[in-house]
Design a protein around this ligand. Structure first.
Ligand code: CTP
Length: 418
């Protein structure tokens, strides 16, 4: 899940670092957006190191990515912790002097706010009115705890424990009620499943290679098999990082989701998200060729009635690249699973082509899928054969995409070992 963690300028900002850990250890992608005042308490380096992502504060940074609207629009959950009295006032007034203000004005997902301040500020009529305004707009504002505050005073205003905030955030986002303190266990997943403590990256869907601003070369992948694989891995207790291209189905609930369009974007996302993971399942239907040139303006019909000729070039083989990177010592997964869509022909059978592909790609397992004649793409049922690089016997499975996914994840567990 994509989470934005807004941090505003109070001493409790240091406790938000613990909250961030709970989020990232459950496999979520977290963009931390501190206000300038928050950075006076905890610096950018801490947020970047703990989230593994660039951290921006100002609306005018990374303008080319339209960050000030993109972050809010793409977020699936926004948590503001700690929220100062000033931050509550600015949010209630709809002010956006910084990046966080913009995120809060563009987000349509659930928003959770955890205030922390001295008792007088919390009880001031202005703050009481601001909290009421935010709640009336559907924002969940936690009541702060009562207890020891920063100075000698005690009373309501204390920052809630990070575990309580995370539990509330999970409930809001529909992620189940696990407190999220388990090392790499996914949100709401069985902590004692065969893949508990493992992180699995799953790619799914098709790629689109732009020809011009309105046209692309794509394929018929629905993403159904990849989503089923991610769900099977989640059900087995894994934390799942899901990377989805163009799909006709929703990404899996409970996984950290990255969306991509082109092969180049998928390549970058896989290299980033697969680092440090235990397994990678490349179920995406990746373009093998893309237009060699991209036309900045829409290609027009020519006056003389001639048709344009489109020259193609090879795309990088992402699966083979991860195997190569691992051999070069990069922290790529120990188990890499590829998919091969084959039709077979007069020269060789589906399985012979599959065995050759397994050897060529250098991965641990290849799931060979017979396509054509109404099988495979877009269908609900699948028939596959799993081939293994270590010489174990091929395993065949036929059934719904969920059944196939469970079988693949079962073999993955066997390859990962205890
Ligand atoms: N794949 C990839 N990068 C590419 C193309 C494919 O990572 N540029 C991955 C797919 O996700 C899949 C596997 O490689 O897991 C097999 O893809 P496929 O296109 O069937 O195999 P190719 O090696 O391209 O063989 P073919 O000659 O049959 O097209």
């Amino acid at each position: 899940m994509r989470i934005v963690l807004g941090v505003t300028g109070g001493i409790a900002a240091y406790k938000a670092a613990l909250l961030l850990r709970l989020m990232t250890e459950s496999g979520h992608q977290v963009d931390v957006v501190p206000t300038p005042a928050a950075l006076r308490f905890v610096g950018k380096a801490t947020w970047e190191a703990l989230s593994g992502r660039p951290v921006r504060t100002d609306t005018f940074e990374a303008v080319e990515t339209v960050n000030h609207v993109r972050l809010g629009r793409e977020a699936e959950l926004v948590v503001v912790a700690p929220a100062t009295a000033d931050a509550l006032a600015r949010t209630a007034a709809g002010l956006a002097p910084d990046l966080l203000g913009n995120v809060l004005l563009t987000a349509t997902c659930p928003v959770l706010v955890a205030p922390a301040m001295h008792t007088e500020m919390w009880q001031h009529p202005a703050t009481v009115a601001n909290v009421a305004t935010l709640r009336s707009r559907g924002i969940t504002v936690l009541d702060p705890d009562s207890g020891r505050l920063t100075g000698r005073d005690t009373g309501p205003g204390r920052f809630p424990e990070p575990e309580r905030i995370w539990a509330e955030a999970r409930r809001l986002a529909g992620l189940g009620d696990d407190a999220g303190t388990g090392a790499a266990a996914g949100p709401g997943t069985p902590a004692d499943g065969p893949l508990a403590g493992r992180t699995v990256v799953v790619t799914a869907g098709g790629t689109r290679e732009a020809l011009d601003p309105v046209r692309y070369l794509g394929n018929r992948s629905s993403g159904k098999q990849g989503v089923a694989l991610a769900e099977a891995a989640l059900a087995a207790g894994a934390a799942v990082r899901f990377i989805g291209g163009s799909m006709s189905v929703e990404p899996p609930a409970g996984a950290e989701v990255t969306r991509v369009e082109s092969t180049a974007e998928l390549h970058a996302a896989v290299m980033d998200r697969a680092a440090g993971a235990d397994a990678l399942i490349m179920a995406a239907a990746v373009a093998d060729f893309r237009p060699a040139e991209y036309a900045e303006a829409k290609i027009k019909k020519s006056e003389d009635g001639s048709s344009p000729v489109i020259r193609l070039e090879r795309t990088p083989d992402i699966l083979a690249e991860t195997v190569r990177a691992r051999a070069a010592g990069e922290p790529m997964p120990g188990v890499i699973v590829g998919f091969g869509a084959e039709t077979g022909d007069a020269e060789a059978s589906v399985l012979e082509y599959g065995a050759a592909k397994l050897a060529r790609k250098g991965c641990e397992m290849l799931v060979v899928n017979q396509v054509g004649g109404g099988r495979g793409f877009g269908q609900d049922d699948n028939e596959v054969t799993m081939l293994f690089a270590d010489g174990r016997d091929p395993v065949e499975v036929a059934g719904s995409k969920a059944e196939v996914a469970r079988a693949v994840v079962g073999q993955l567990g066997a390859l990962l070992g205890p």
